[in-house]
Design a protein around this ligand. Sequence first.
Ligand SMILES: [Zn+2]
Length: 400
Amino acid sequence: MQLWLSLRQARHVAQHRSTVPEEFSDKITLQEHQKAADYTRAKGSFGRFNLLLSASILLLWTFGGGLNWLDTVIRSFEWSPLTTGVAVIIAFSLISSLVDIPSSVYSTFVIEEKFGFNKLTAKVFTIDMLKGAALSVVIGIPLIMLVLWLMESMGDFWWLYAWAALTIFSVLMMWAYPKFIAPIFNKFQPLEEGEVLDRIKTLLSRTGFNSDGVFVMDGSKRSSHGNAYFTGFGKTKRIVFFDTLLKHLSPTQVEAVLAHELGHFKHKHVFKGMILSMTMTLAGFAVLAWLMKQDWFYTALGVQQSSTYMALLLFILVSPAFTFFIGPIMSRWSRKHEFEADTFAAQQSDSGELISALVSLYKKNAGTLTPDPLYSAFYDSHPPASIRIAHLKQLGLNYN
Ligand SMILES: [Zn+2]
């Protein structure tokens, strides 16, 4: 299904490569349009290769007996069940991360490089990887230990405890991420005085929004793709702009982009997303609690001996194949939020400025203007450019 969707996307983009869609013809040149098409197709074909590769690796781990082998090796040390479990999960993650390195290198230094987006040097790439590994050790291992311990010692209702622990952990991360983790990878500096900051301050007070500050992140250290986002919650909410975004947008466009982001906050999209993911985690744990008691769950997936940690590992490995089919529902939900945020932006700032900012971002990021509708329905968290802009134009007529 994923391959078929990806092929559809490639075909659709190729078919529309020769002409810029009419509504963009005065803003985007044929050359820019074709670059977007080529970039989309290059990422797509590498994505299909990766899809086949990761499916083969998954089959090797399960039916191929990889997990069973790993389990047998680590069990032979005769550690306690908890230590054995943690060791199996660490060994598995380590092997998987090593296997992933070549494709990450290719995507960064071949594809992104070819289209002029990559700003990473081999040095920064390596340091990032080591920092990421250190973080997984510091944060990931205690978390796995906690979850495995709860699974083993809390009886039939362990899944409620594990769910509560994971929920507390994710709230904690929302607070800790902007303060402690993001600064490990990037520099954040307060936005300098000037027209952009003045416009932002006016917009914030007009919409009654409090924040912990407006920051510029050195995104250009890694990529020339631009973005803006909010992190944290409550009083630690921060507004973060990539330096690459500020470089390419005018002050009025930045204001419009921020108004869109504020729209997400006003409509409580972050909060709703948290509730949804908490509900899904709870459902996931409940399913896992049932599955881990079924012998066929292990044997059918190539593991001979049942255990708590193997149930957890198998579940994490295999569940994406099933949750894939709720993708379109999630994407639709997300696109609905984008429309709501756009409506808010049109009320609070200039919808025309948001349109021109969007066009400029599509141009800068070489995003395709002509996605396959079915592919887009499955994967796109944002509405396709033409639909989104038509919606904004309509709002502009209503509000101005
Ligand atoms: Zn948005």
